[in-house]
Design a protein around this ligand. Sequence first.
Ligand SMILES: Nc1ncnc2c1ncn2[C@@H]1O[C@H](COP(=O)(O)OP(=O)(O)OP(=O)(O)O)[C@@H](O)[C@H]1O
Ligand SMILES: [Mg+2]
Length: 375
Amino acid sequence: MRSGSTFKDTDSATLFRMLLETAVDGILVIDERGDLLIYNDACEKLFGYLPDEVVGQNIRMLMPDPYRREHDGYLKAYRDTGEKKIIGIGREVMALRKDGSEFPIYLSVGEGQLDDKRVFVGIVHDITARRDATRQLQESQAELVHMSRFNEMGQMTSSLAHELNQPLAAIMNYLSAAGRTLSRMEAPEAARVRDLVQKASDQSARAGQIIRHLRDFVEKRDHNRSEEDINRLVEEAVDFALLGSDDLDVKVDIEFEDGLPPVFADRIQIQQVILNLARNAVEAMQECSLRRLSVTTSRHDEDFIRTSIADTGPGLAPEVAENLFKPFITTKEKGMGIGLSICWSIVDAHGGELWAEKNESGGTSFHFRLPSTPD
Ligand SMILES: Nc1ncnc2c1ncn2[C@@H]1O[C@H](COP(=O)(O)OP(=O)(O)OP(=O)(O)O)[C@@H](O)[C@H]1O
Ligand SMILES: [Mg+2]
């Protein structure tokens, strides 16, 4: 036996059987035509067929389309041209159970010789769990991104509504002054113009109402709060925040206080706060040589849990510091300047508080506290 082993040749058959029986992954051996020669115990569990039902049959029966349709072609192409699609490497493909259901596998294929005949050895690793975990991560990420867009829209609507209210009120004042002046005029056209001015005034009042409704709608959206473990929320959100910044090589320190009571919060919204703060921190450190993000949770006092996000960036620009939590304040070329104002509204709506501090060793810390639920 050429592979590393301390067994003597006489043990080979036993060893071989033991390997097949105990392997956690499926092991399949096929001949050049694709007919199954070996189908181990793990395969029974994976595919649901007994060995008698498959050995001697073509391996296509374990594959759903399009693999099933294409497999003969692969083998033929390999025989004729030596072109390798999967042999010697491996890849993720779909497999087919006896009951007709499909499942994802990682299939690696090696080539060997048995009695002068070419055979292929496939190792089948079920990746259903991994796929599910990846899908779950992608789904919550998509949900977070969606909610953050939704929140941004809400915040912008709110700010716009606020900004539009003032000029609208002024227009209405001017129109009513114009109407009063016109009613004192004798000219024959005055009544006609007064009527038009009244119509304009009615329409402005209507615009004001629409804006008020819009604001109410955005600000009183249903909350979706429940008891949440802040440490878990922080852990997930920091992971999201760091996605895509591998090359920045940010060193992350997370320090959780154990045994914190849960907070009563909207999971997505609070994760968005953490995400925005952590993103800002990472963005602030882009040009720095030392990039350290420290995230801590702790008991603030009897009633509040505090989360802190500290960076080693350049600190807040003075012009920003004055209006830190107002919308549309930004020093970034592509920034909207609404991240912090959204964080502020969310924390405030939760009965908490958000504030920033200069670190003694340089950089900035953002802290927010949320009311804890009673023990
Ligand atoms: N950790 C930080 N260190 C230094 N400056 C910061 C930090 N966090 C925020 N700032 C400053 O505050 C400004 C406002 O931040 P905010 O998150 O509201 O908007 P933004 O990051 O510019 O854009 P976006 O809307 O995409 O989040 C930033 O442009 C930046 O100048
Ligand atoms: Mg931001």
